[in-house]
Design a protein around this ligand. Structure first.
Ligand code: GDP
Length: 364
């Protein structure tokens, strides 16, 4: 599954948010199996109302949402790249995530110390980005030194890695994160394997005071401008509200949310922003046994989409039968969709669309 690392300076509300999200997810997902929650790793069900509608129409016994993993990465402080705080352990944790949710303190509260002495989320974002850029430069220089020997030995992969690392280094020395480097489609896999910290997509999470949860405040507005300039994602959340919601029963939570002018807990907004940032989408499989959601990158072809369920589905792929979500709902399920001519048979070259209800036929 996809992993989102939560980072930020100390005292910005990371742990509050992480605990609230995983507790809310656990409460909502009480009936879902395999909801494992470790101290700093939360495996949460992705809220998707469509799945419940499909399960109802399809008379599915079980509902299995798709999942996203949140990792609370504590210990990032000014000087982390030089081994301050948790240093290397922390950096190793970041290397393993697909995207970074960067929590920024946008709330005023004299009782909560700000490590830099004042509320300035844009400056805080730069402080963290600078640490990550220094860490990337250090690791690139070490890796380049190691690659020299391999290149002399005629290692082709080393030549490619060397070229990519040098491009990243040029950007970093120019004060720009590695994610600003243009990478050709056929280089993307090797690029990802480099696991550079500043190559990961970033979602800025503005932690605002309760009264600003719906519309944000002047600080979160500054972050929005910064995010847009960087092509990063951006979402406004009140960690304190999320914490309160996580302690309420479902009906109380709903009332509380509407009083705050909110439609849903922050978890949904955060996950949707993460999906948009990572260019992910969802397809469904619906049967009497279970209704299930699956996550794939946008643009995935039918055989690779099938491969998310099982490698055999991809290897032996014959065809996909599909009904679009809206057609499935409008026609009361698969049989109705068939009668209405909305049931399609698609081949290997079919690009799966968000919301597709799919059956795969394959050679075992
Ligand atoms: P972390 O160090 O980033 O993980 O921050 P914590 O989640 O431990 O929060 C640090 C302190 O800020 C705690 O005392 C929280 O109760 C408080 N805090 C977190 N979020 C908010 C918020 O939205 N508003 C206010 N006023 N305090 C908050």
């Amino acid at each position: 599954g996809f992993r989102m690392g939560i980072v930020g300076l100390p005292n910005v509300g990371k742990s509050t948010l992480f605990n609230a999200l995983t507790k809310t997810a656990a409460a909502q997902a009480a009936n879902f199996p395999f909801c494992t929650i470790e101290p700093n790793v939360g495996d949460v069900a992705v809220p998707d109302a469509r799945l419940f509608k499909l399960a109802e129409i399809g008379k599915s016994k079980e509902i299995i949402p798709t999942r996203m993993t949140f990792v609370d990465i504590a210990g990032l402080v000014r000087g982390a790249s030089k081994g301050e705080g948790l240093g290397n352990q922390f950096l190793a944790n970041i290397r393993e995530v697909d995207a970074i949710a960067h929590v920024l303190r946008c709330f005023e509260d004299d009782d909560v110390t700000h490590v830099e002495g004042k509320i300035d989320p844009v400056a805080d974002a730069e402080t963290i980005e600078t640490e990550l850029m220094i860490a990337d430069m250090d690791s690139i220089e070490k890796r380049l030194a190691n690659l020299t020997r391999k290149i002399r030995g005629g290692d082709k992969e080393a030549v490619e890695q060397d070229a990519l690392l040098r491009r990243a280094l040029t950007a970093l020395e120019d004060g720009k994160p590695a994610r600003t480097v243009d990478v050709a489609p056929d280089e993307r896999k090797s690029w990802r394997m480099l696991q550079l910290l500043t190559s990961k997509p970033v979602l800025y999470v503005c932690n605002v005071e309760e009264s600003a949860a719906a519309d944000g405040n002047s600080q979160s507005a500054r972050v929005a401008v910064m995010a847009a300039a960087q092509g990063a994602g951006h979402v406004v959340i009140s960690a304190q509200i999320e914490e309160e919601i996580s302690q309420l029963a479902a009906d109380e939570a709903e009332m509380f949310l509407s009083e705050m002018g909110l439609e849903e807990p922050g978890l949904g907004r955060l996950i949707r922003a993460g999906y948009a940032l990572l260019d992910l989408q969802t397809y469904f499989t619906v049967g009497p046994k279970e209704a299930r959601a699956w996550t794939i990158p946008r643009g995935t072809m039918a055989p690779q989409a099938a491969g998310v369920i099982h490698g055999d589905f991809e290897r032996g792929f014959i065809r996909a039968e599909t009904v679009a979500y809206d057609d499935y709902i409008a026609n009361g399920g698969e049989a109705g969709a068939k009668d209405a001519g909305k049931f399609r048979v698609e081949g290997k070259a079919y690009t799966v669309q968000d919301g597709d209800v799919l059956h795969f036929l394959f050679n075992a």
